[in-house]
Design a protein around this ligand. Structure first.
Ligand code: ZN
Length: 561
């Protein structure tokens, strides 16, 4: 692993001293003699916030790059311990801005979205929840540590969670079965600890919710997700529509997969595979994939070309598969420079290309927003941010020949099949599960598993473990979902954004120039607008409208024949 340029600037900030200085800054804000002076202080304050945020992200990335590195772990521990102070600083910032007599000047200088975001943040802290915030951060890191272990034993070799995944889409059914069983055994081995971690997380979150005056964690969870324009009721209707529209489509698709695979029953380990040949894998290795990505983004346009050169030439991408790396993939931003960073582990499967499109889609949006001054505006709220990533998955469809050669059409089909048969309904299931969990915080591990099985019955009725995955059949599948542990309520966002991304696909099929214009427009506004406003900027119809979901489902189903 080479040390990327960004990491050389790391210095641990003295957050305790920062609090005193920030309190002084807050006081000078409230004493500001004019609107101009107030806005100037807010700008200075933003620079400090950007810097702390940048150091936080460098530490987070370094730990993800090597969870076994003691120095990186010590730094991550420092930030976990500092989580309550960070929240306190955020809330002090929010309250100072909201309480100012110069609110109008703030809106004039930065737009209304800043105050809307601060409105969500303002009531998310009280001194009595300090310990719970720190505990939550530490438990989240422990989850990463467990999942980063390369202990999945398959055919005499040990794999990491990322490394083994290529076998899940193999043409050989036995390979799929044994590799999935290896993952099942790993989850079973850590089952007790994973239940213990989640139990403490639910208690900590419920305690924070009630300490802040709510009945449970849900309202606080929504505030922490900065959901400014909808609540749990709208989300429940959205989930119901997803279930009504996509479960029947999923059932049809799985039946056609069963026929293509020539099996009597489509079992759990067959689900990801579209036909007897197994799913297509990229033809090139890591270097070749990144070289093709460079060409593809240059083809997309000059802005995209400039972006990909910066990413690849400045060490802003870490996609190599190494032991000790945290599993999964993400894109983050270093606010000081406005530069994005993409992290994942290539494993030779089709998901490598999903990174080149999905995570780079996030990164392109961040790159476009680099001129936006406020740290809050580097990203939109996540349901909007996932439109950029999932939209890019579709806008790059014509370039898939570069990565898959003759198999490009099969890749496009596999990708679309996965969205329609699994992703949307699974996303709704995870979200529904979380609402039930936090509404009923005293559930035992066994009751949580029973709840998960109920979600599978409702949203994935085709699911058949066939007696081969006893641990998963007991309802333990949700243990592997990182968001449930680390990012509560960050999940329905994928389905909301997917309904928008599918609109981008339809638009690109009908009028590619318009689709690209709309895509650029939503990238450029970054996080300076609300989700609903971003839909308007991108000429997108709202996913909360059931008719829109129906139209999208019909288009996608017809496209798959
Ligand atoms: Zn994403």
């Amino acid at each position: 692993m080479t040390t990327p340029e960004f990491a050389q600037d790391y210095q641990r900030p003295h957050l305790a001293a920062e609090l005193t200085q920030i309190q002084e800054l807050a006081q000078s804000c409230s004493r500001a003699e004019s609107a101009d002076k107030f806005v100037a202080i807010v700008r200075d304050w933003n620079k400090r916030r950007s810097h702390v945020d940048t150091m936080f992200n460098i530490a987070m990335v370094r730990y993800a790059q090597d969870t076994t590195d003691a120095a990186a772990k010590a730094e991550q521990d420092y930030w976990d311990e500092s989580a309550p102070l960070m929240r306190e600083l955020d809330v002090l910032h929010a309250r100072t801005l909201l309480d100012s007599p110069y609110r109008d000047a703030l809106n004039n200088a930065f737009g209304d979205q800043l105050a809307a975001l601060k409105g969500c943040m303002a009531t998310t802290f009280a001194p009595e929840i300090k310990d719970a915030i720190a505990e939550e951060a530490q438990l989240a890191s422990r989850y990463t540590e467990i999942m980063a272990k390369a202990e999945l034993e398959f055919r005499g070799q040990n794999y990491s969670m990322s490394g083994i995944a290529v076998n899940f889409i193999d043409a050989d059914r036995q390979v799929r079965l044994e590799s999935q069983q290896a993952r099942g055994r790993f989850l079973e081995k850590y089952s007790e600890e994973l239940n213990g971690i989640f139990d403490r997380l639910v208690k900590a979150r419920h305690g924070m919710g009630t300490a802040l005056g709510h009945d449970n964690f849900i309202p606080l969870g929504y505030q922490l997700m900065s959901r400014t324009s909808y609540g749990p009721d709208e989300v429940a209707v959205f989930r119901d529509t997803i279930r009504e529209q996509f479960v029947p489509i999923a059932n049809e698709l799985f039946e056609s997969q069963r026929q293509n695979l020539g099996v009597d029953e489509l079992l759990f380990h067959d689900e990801p595979v579209i036909d007897k040949r197994g799913n297509p894998c990229p033809t090139g290795d890591l270097e070749q994939i990144l070289a093709e990505a460079r060409t593809m983004y240059h083809d997309l346009g000059s802005d995209f070309g400039e972006f990909i050169d910066v990413m690849l030439d400045k060490g802003l991408v870490d996609v190599e598969l190494r032991d000790g790396k945290a599993p999964g993939g993400f894109c983050t931003v270093f606010a000081d420079t406005g530069m994005p960073f993409v992290f994942t582990s290539f494993n030779g499967s089709e998901s490598d290309i999903a990174v080149v499109t999905h995570e780079f889609g996030h990164a392109f949006q961040v790159y476009c927003a680099r001129k936006l001054e406020l740290v809050e505006y580097k990203w939109p709220t996540v349901e909007a941010a996932e439109i950029h990533s999932m939209g890019m998955e579709f806008l790059t469809f014509p370039w898939m020949d570069r990565f898959f050669g003759d198999d490009a059409e099969r890749y496009r089909r596999a990708h679309l099949t996965r969205i329609l048969s699994t992703r949307l309904t699974y996303t709704a299931a995870v979200d529904h599960f979380q609402h039930e969990i936090y509404a009923n915080p005293t559930l035992t591990p066994a009751e949580r598993n029973a709840l998960w099985l109920d979600m599978e019955r409702q949203y994935q009725p085709h699911r058949n473990y066939g007696g081969l995955f006893p641990h998963l059949a007991k309802g333990n599948f949700w243990h592997r979902q990182l968001h449930i542990y680390q990012l509560p309520f960050y999940y329905i966002d994928y389905a909301l954004a997917q309904i928008c991304a599918l609109q981008f696909w339809q638009k690109a099929e009908e009028d590619r120039d318009q689709a690209m214009k709309d895509y650029m427009a939503i990238c450029e506004v970054g996080g300076s607008r609300s989700f609903t406003e971003i839909l308007e900027v991108g000429n997108l119809r709202s996913p909360f409208d059931p008719d829109v979901i129906r139209d999208v489902a019909t288009f996608a189903r017809n496209a798959l024949g």
